[in-house]
Design a binder for this molecule. Sequence first.
Ligand code: GLN
Length: 261
Amino acid sequence: MKKILELTVGWLYPDLMSTYGDRGNVIVLSKRSEWRSIPLSVIPISFETSRKDLLSCNLVLGGGAQDREQELVANDLRLNKGKTLKEMFTRGIPGLFVCGSPQLLGKYYMTGDGKKLLGLGIFQFVTKHFGHDKPRCIGNTAGKVVGIPLSEIGKRETIVGFENHGGRTYLGQNDKPFAQVLKGYGNNGEDGYEGAVYKNVIACYYHGPFLSKNPHIADWLLTKALEIKYGKIQTLTPLNDRLEWKAHMLMLSRLEAYKDI
Ligand code: GLN
């Protein structure tokens, strides 16, 4: 008999952490799952969320936020949810964290006015906001994925998105970068790296919403969530992604990122 598949996605502090269209990542995953007849429910991970509810999540999403919102959630995230999330991610539960949320998954984030927000230590990186001493990193961006094997994401190794951050992230020795910067600033505008990957968790600076223009990454996340929940399954039913890839390719050519690939 065919197994009935279903997924639960946890969305980190939806009221406080969702900038520049990051909510779209939740919608993209819901739709891509629904189109394959895999019902996907979304639960908010908020101040009240229990360990039991957190453990029911097969995938975790986090969006961007300004320093003020990050300050509001940092303690709750670290003290009440950090241990459970670490356990889940170590087991292989996938996640996608954009901009403000991954800054809280590293060792610490130093805000624009010099407050040190301790992170979960899932990644070794540190993030520092230099206030007015350095310009914000803003603009459309493109990268080449290096942190996930190409065999797992299909034929296309590029990603496109939009970044807007003051914080600059510096990877630790054991952090694996998510991508190589083709256009844009990436983690800090200096070392050419974008984001980081820990097991099946992606930390990145790509808003957009990221998954709408990068269907290969959306499907990688869904595949990993299903694999961890049900064991190795057959590959996902292909979808018609003509429009998604058109948007992706248009951004690559607008940014003249082609020649760098
Ligand atoms: N406050 C953080 C920064 O400026 C995150 C911004 C964001 O999530 N877009 O670096």
